[in-house]
Design a protein around this ligand. Structure first.
Ligand SMILES: [Zn+2]
Ligand SMILES: [Zn+2]
Ligand SMILES: [Zn+2]
Length: 148
């Protein structure tokens, strides 16, 4: 359970699990969105009529990133968004449509060989990486084809 990971990571930092921290984590777990900015998280929490300040939301997503439960990701619009991380995993890539801006997750890593090679050659220990592919999603390709 992610709550357990959060609790133990917080304990290591001599911090406590609070209702607000749990709430933000849940907002990610229950959201259909894969990537949310702190602003979007704040709005989600407000929709549920829960009282929390914007500053607390911002601070909490940063904290969840520090403890490794969230990962920051920035697409072309420059907005910092966050996504849930499965501990020790970095096994998906992002496909970004240049036309509609949609972000599609590609659920395989396929970079183990490259990671091993980099680690062997440099002694660097890889814990994560981000790869984005830019192009046209299948719907946008279709609508362009229809216009022609
Ligand atoms: Zn990887
Ligand atoms: Zn598209
Ligand atoms: Zn993602």
């Amino acid at each position: 359970m992610k709550q357990d990971i959060l609790r133990s990571e917080l304990r290591k930092r001599k911090q406590r699990m609070t209702a607000q921290r749990e709430l933000i984590l849940k907002a990610f777990m229950e959201s259909g969105e894969e990537h949310m900015s702190a602003e979007e998280v704040y709005r989600k929490v407000l929709e549920r009529r829960l009282r929390i300040s914007k500053a607390t939301v911002y601070r909490t997503v940063e904290l969840l990133t520090e403890v490794g439960l969230l990962r920051k990701i920035v697409f072309r619009d420059g907005v910092v968004r966050y996504e849930l991380v499965d501990k020790g995993e970095h096994h998906h890539h992002h496909l970004v449509c240049n036309s509609c801006g949609k972000v599609i997750e590609f659920p395989e890593d396929l970079l183990d060989g490259l990671e091993n090679l980099i680690e062997e050659k440099t002694g660097f220990k890889i814990t994560d990486h981000q790869l984005k592919f830019y192009g046209l999603c299948s719907e946008c390709q279709k609508s362009i084809a229809n216009k022609e």
